[in-house]
Design a binder for this molecule. Structure first.
Ligand code: M6R
Length: 369
């Protein structure tokens, strides 16, 4: 049932191109416009929404953090993202024009379920993004957009995360399409790129051998840090979470701009630091800033592991290890930049002799608060 792989996680990492393609299937028409009729939230509701609130836990929360950048950029609707476990305990401001998006692979996470019940009691409309047909969260929501990752068995979420990203992009672009923002042309172009993204994920998977070798060489380390900016920041958080749960290592993700506000004090000789570099085009200001961050930490002894787009030569002199990803539109980069981090964590866990599919102390779905 592991299809020739040693672990379900390896199989699920490999299935990501198909999971991404399946989640897009039937949702983009021949003219390159989105069709989400199955979602069954009337367009009028989407047009009138004045706020989006995303609730989720763990890896699903990280997909929500990325969705915020996409939703605010393409729709200009303010978007908040909150850990489901914090949400209902702080009396959040919700109303009939609030669109709540609950993201969950299993559809059974108690924290997310309680948060969505609270939101509906306050009159908000809830859209679930979920991977499990007929599970509790979609049943209790007003509408659902299913991710088509297929069953995810490994405790560490991989293919479900990529499909959550796809679903979030679809919702963001659809909201933009329905509301007719000034980004019409860009939305159209991004839909075309999104339709091709499964191939990009495939290309990344084909180049992972050096990442595995690097992971094995770091098996004796105690700490790994992850840095990113913009959508690369939640990717850094996700890379750190994968490493904690699988390798049982101390790992932390930071927004690179925060370095000099504290975390740079952690940098010491030979400390591995993974840096997710934004696209050099379009967001060149951010790109230049992160290149200076890489120089700063390297000057203090860090061992830099740099994830950067193909063709980005500016990072080469400062990268002790360079991991290449295909060039994508800025907001879509997490679809490709996350994959090496999954492979990295999985290989480190194996090298440390850990049980990859069933990490200690964790359960696949967390049905208690
Ligand atoms: O089933 P859900 O998506 O609601 O689960 C949420 C988290 O428990 C889950 O993503 C968890 O963080 C994973 N083990 C991460 O790999």
């Amino acid at each position: 049932e592991k299809g020739g792989y040693d672990y379900f996680m390896l199989k699920e990492i490999a299935e990501q191109p198909k999971a991404v393609a399946d989640t897009l299937l039937g949702r983009i028409d021949a003219e390159g416009r989105l069709r989400l009729d199955e979602v069954r939230i009337p367009d009028a509701v989407l047009r009138e929404a004045d706020k989006v609130v995303i609730i989720a836990c763990g890896t699903a929360f990280h997909s929500g953090l990325i969705a915020k950048y996409a939703i605010e950029h393409w729709t200009r609707i303010p978007c908040e993202v909150e850990l489901a476990s914090e949400f209902r305990y702080r009396d959040p401001i919700l109303g009939q024009r609030t669109l709540v998006i609950a993201i969950s692979q299993s559809g059974e996470t108690m924290d997310t379920l309680m948060a969505l019940r609270h939101a509906r009691e306050q009159g908000a409309k809830v859209l679930a993004i979920c991977n499990t047909n007929g599970s509790t969260i979609p049943r209790e929501s007003d509408a659902v957009l299913y991710t088509h990752a297929g069953p995810e068995v490994a405790v560490a979420s991989t293919k479900a995360f990529l499909t959550q990203l796809v679903a979030c992009y679809l919702v963001a672009l659809y909201l933009g399409q329905v509301r007719g923002t000034k980004w019409g042309d860009e939305i159209h172009a991004v839909i075309r790129e999104l339709a091709r993204s499964a191939d990009d994920v495939e290309r990344v998977l084909e180049t992972m051998e050096p990442v595995r070798a690097l992971a094995r060489s770091l098996a004796h380390k105690n700490t790994v840090l992850f840095l990113g900016r913009h959508v690369g920041y939640p990717v850094a958080l996700e890379g750190a979470l994968k490493l904690k749960e699988l390798a049982y290592m101390h790992a932390e993700g930071f927004a690179a701009g925060e370095l000099k506000h504290g975390p740079i004090a952690l940098i010491e000789e030979d400390l591995p630091v993974v840096v997710v570099v934004p696209s050099p085009k379009g967001r060149s200001v951010l790109h230049d800033k992160i290149v200076s961050n890489i120089q700063e930490i390297r000057a203090r002894g860090a061992r830099t592991i740099v994830i950067a787009e193909e063709g980005d030569e500016t990072v080469v002199p400062y990268a002790d290890h360079l991991i290449r990803i295909p060039a994508t539109p800025t907001l879509l980069q997490p679809l490709v930049s996350t994959v090496p981090l999954q492979v990295f964590a999985c290989e480190l866990a194996t090298a440390r002799g850990n049980e990859v599919d069933q990490p200690r102390n964790l359960a696949k779905s967390v049905t208690v608060e």
